[in-house]
Ligand binder design. Structure first.
Ligand SMILES: [Fe+2]
Ligand SMILES: [Fe+2]
Length: 360
């Protein structure tokens, strides 16, 4: 640190009792300090401290019940976690000098003191305070850049997840908007059934990968325009296992959830689904949620093999399958929140069609 920096340090001289700040002001001025502020009243000292954040406070303590003790307490409230740069000058007895040190004085000089000693001790406090401020500033900048970097990494991770989900949907003749809609529908349904914000966010970000296993299904089956043969269906039904395998072994909470969704989104409430034929609540809630929202979006969307059904037609199909394909409680909650669900599919409609506007 340069000497000039120390001499530019802001000095707050406080004398609440005999109100005489002149001798100290003269000493610091003659020693080359140019930033000297004076206070002779309690509130004035407090306000000045909060406004200029001086590098040092020279506080004169006269009486045993000096207001200066209270002032130190108040200053600590302004900067509870910071370095309080207080130098006390006093002729009080040992007991009160210790009290002053306990109250927050960084250093203490007994009166009468030597002028050179005062200046040297003040310089030490100013230097320490300036270094402390510099370190705090650097830490703040470092923390900010770590925060930005973490956010960038998080954004990048989520983008990769969405793109991975989109890759599987594109192979299946679906648009990229399908995974955006079904993931938002799933998160909204999760919220409506009482899941926490964090759980809903995990559902939002994990559900786009539900069909990632379709990457492993041959084109002649996945893109076949006509009906699949029983043998081809067997192959098609391996996509949950393939997806779970792709996502398996991760320590990430998000990927673990994505693995569970990939594995169980084709299970059906009555046990007629695949790959394991799980029944009712044996199917994890995330699988039940995604199954319903995935089908709702598929029904209301146009696909190469079907037209887009209206919301009413789609809900009639879903309600017909309440307790058969879908968790009956989830169907009820979905219905109660239908307006929000329809808004989601409208807000993220496929760009090339406007199928919902005249069909719902
Ligand atoms: Fe699927
Ligand atoms: Fe899907």
């Amino acid at each position: 640190m340069k000497n000039g920096q120390c001499k530019n340090g802001k000095i707050l001289i406080v004398n609440l009792e005999n109100k005489n700040t002149k001798p100290l002001e003269r000493m610091f001025s003659e020693a080359g300090f140019s930033n000297i502020i004076l206070a002779i009243h309690f509130s004035q000292a407090l306000n000045l401290y909060g406004q200029v954040y001086p590098e040092i406070v020279i506080l004169d303590l006269v009486g045993e019940n000096s207001e200066g003790f209270r002032l130190m307490e108040e200053l600590r409230k302004i900067e509870p976690s910071s370095y309080l740069p207080i130098l006390v000058t006093t002729s009080l007895e040992r007991e009160f000098r210790l009290k002053a040190l306990k109250s927050g004085a960084r250093d203490l000089l007994r009166k009468p003191f030597n002028e050179i000693e005062l200046i040297r001790r003040a310089e030490n406090i100013i230097e320490a305070r300036l270094l402390h401020n510099e370190m705090r500033l650097r830490n703040d900048l470092l923390n900010k850049s770590i925060e930005e970097r973490t956010k960038q990494l998080q954004d990048c991770r989520l983008e990769v997840i969405y793109r991975l989900g989109q890759a599987s949907e594109f192979r299946d003749n679906e648009t990229g908007m399908h995974i955006i809609r079904m993931s938002r529908l799933s998160a909204h349904l999760a919220k409506a059934m009482g899941m926490s914000d964090r759980e809903c966010e995990l559902i939002l970000n994990a559900s786009p990968m539900h069909d990632v296993g379709k990457i492993g299904i041959p084109d002649n089956i996945l893109l076949k325009p006509g009906k699949l043969t029983p043998k081809e269906w067997d192959i098609m039904r391996t996509h949950p296992d393939i997806g779970a395998e792709i996502l398996s072994g991760s320590k990430s909470e998000l990927l673990k959830l994505a693995e569970s969704i990939a594995l169980t989104h084709q299970e059906r409430w009555n046990g007629s689904g695949y790959p394991k034929g799980l029944k009712g609540e044996e199917i994890p809630i995330e699988g039940r949620l995604v199954a319903l929202c995935d089908v709702f979006d598929a029904l209301t969307s146009e696909r190469p093999y079907k037209r887009a059904f209206s919301v009413e037609e789609s809900m009639a199909i879903i309600e017909k399958n309440r307790g058969i394909d879908f968790d009956p409680k989830l169907v009820d909650i979905f219905k109660e929140n239908l307006t929000d669900m329809v808004n989601i599919i409208r807000n993220f409609a496929d760009e090339q069609t406007d199928k919902l506007s005249d069909k719902s």
